[in-house]
Design a protein around this ligand. Structure first.
Ligand code: SF4
Length: 481
């Protein structure tokens, strides 16, 4: 049956229980205006309850998932200068790095040794690396580890690949497809949704210096879908943007997802999708996380409201933002000079709204890496169905001050503590193992003192830390050499 999005009912109030029940059941779709109204006015717990109802309609009452993967940042040299980034370096800086193929293969081997199934590989955008550097690497990974799924190279990287490699093609879409086909044929399996940030041009121009615009980001994902790939979408919020910008961002994701699910993107090379899902590619997940400020230029901006003269005035981001993304910085001279950081409540509201708004996206991820394990756990009652990755390594967010790291037992315990059965999934969200027996990673633990939140393994020439995913007595930790 052809895909048909649920109908919208713009004449109904956002808080109309009949409308929200239909949204939760997947039989109605929120308009952008209704979404903004819900975000601004609905009680936190009510918003969470509706998001939870939608989540249960999609995923059932029993299982919530996680994945074991490794986030590998192959280089920190980058042509862009995002103001929220503490990770990038110029090529001539002392701590600039590009990992060798041998080092990257060692990291994949470590992942495989502890039962991992996927690598998430993203970098800075390094103009010194030729196309062959990527294709040779992908072939080497696939030849040694054919079962490891390579989730790699976010849309901004692809747009820079087009600039670096100057591929043939009349349009940006043609050029991206030329590059992506070569990477796919060498072993790339799917494209991560990094670099989404906030799509509204006024915000993006302020925070994403040198990074592609929303049209290029969405076009890259459209190409990935047309090649049969499953992708994710992301949003980084809680900085200079207005609330309407968040809704506009979700609207663009939802609209392009309609296009993918409608089959417009079904094209050459479409690989068979998992049972019950379309064979052509599409966004399979959405995750939103709040901006982390440490060590970043954006984080040095003054907090909105710190000056008493600002109290009672509207936040500049809200003055500028328009639900259709058409806001301009001229609307408020303070726009981009103040930040409104996100706390737990704002995070949960935003995530709950994303579950209700993105009716055509399968999974909503909880961002415990930035919010901490216990808000991540609470997020499972606010529309999230997935706890993301048992995080072996992460460098980008960590550079901005976030260092949460959980092993598999703790993730399972958090999921179970929220009232669900933990299950390990693969990258397309098919369940690999449901942990309902006494040998489950958490149920096998007798001494929780060994399972503290740990420091992440970060890429550093000076630092080596133990690399652990499982550390129950029956499953001793794998330790990096
Ligand atoms: S966020 Fe990514 S693209 Fe932006 S400066 Fe940092 S490494 Fe480069």
């Amino acid at each position: 049956m052809p895909y048909c999005p649920p109908p919208q009912h713009p004449s109904l109030a956002a808080s109309d229980p009949g409308l929200l029940a239909a949204v939760a059941a997947g039989q109605a779709r929120l308009t952008p205006e209704q979404a903004l109204d819900l975000f601004r006015r609905m009680d936190l717990m009510d918003l969470g309850a509706w998001a939870d109802a939608r989540c249960r309609a999609v995923h059932g009452d029993r299982v919530r998932t996680y994945v074991i993967d490794r986030n590998i940042n192959y280089t920190n040299i980058c042509t862009a200068r995002c103001t929220f980034c503490a990770f990038r370096r110029d090529g001539d800086e002392a701590d600039a790095y590009t990992l060798s193929h041998a080092a990257l293969l060692d990291k994949v081997a470590e992942l495989v040794s502890i039962g991992g199934t996927q690598i998430l590989m993203q970098g800075g955008m390094n103009p010194a690396l030729p196309l062959e550097w990527y294709t040779d690497l992908l072939r080497a990974i696939k030849s040694r580890f054919p079962r490891v799924h390579v989730h790699g190279f976010s849309p901004p990287e692809f747009i820079e690949f087009v600039r670096f490699f100057d591929p043939p093609g009349a349009t940006l879409e043609d050029k991206v497809r030329w590059v992506m086909l070569r990477l796919r044929d060498a072993g790339l399996d799917s494209v991560p949704g990094g670099g989404g940030e906030i799509f509204a041009p006024a915000v993006r121009r302020k925070i994403g210096l040198g990074k592609c615009d929303a049209e290029a980001w969405l076009t890259t994902m459209y190409v990935a879908h047309s090649l049969g790939m499953f992708t994710s979408a992301t949003m980084m919020f809680g900085h200079i943007e207005g609330h309407a910008d968040r809704v506009h961002h979700m609207e663009l994701v939802r609209r392009w997802q309609d296009r993918a699910l409608g089959g417009a993107a079904a094209g050459d090379g479409g690989r068979a999708g998992p049972e019950g899902r379309p064979a052509h590619g599409h966004y399979v997940s959405f995750i939103a996380w709040p901006f982390q400020r440490e060590n970043t230029p954006l984080g040095r901006l003054r907090d909105w409201g710190a000056d008493p003269s600002e109290l009672g005035r509207a936040f500049p981001g809200d003055v500028v933002s328009r639900i259709d993304g058409s806001g301009t910085k001229e609307a408020d001279p303070e726009f981009g000079r103040r930040v409104r950081m996100s706390g737990s409540t704002d995070y949960l509201r935003t995530q709950a709204l994303s579950r209700l708004y993105l009716d055509n996206i399968y999974s909503i991820g909880a961002s415990w890496v930035t919010m901490g394990p216990h808000i991540g756990q609470v997020a499972l009652a606010f529309g999230a169905s997935d706890m993301g990755s048992v995080m072996m390594e992460e460098n980008v967010v960590s550079s901005a001050g976030t260092t949460y790291c959980l092993d598999e037992a703790v993730i399972c315990r958090l999921i179970r503590g929220a009232g669900f059965t933990p299950a390990q999934r693969d990258n397309v969200y098919d369940v690999l193992r449901i942990h309902d027996g006494p040998d489950s990673p958490d149920l096998a633990v007798t001494d929780w003192s060994r399972h503290r939140v740990k420091q992440l393994h970060m890429q550093s020439p000076r630092q080596k830390v133990p690399l652990t995913v499982r550390s129950s007595p029956s499953r001793e930790p794998a330790t990096a050499p």
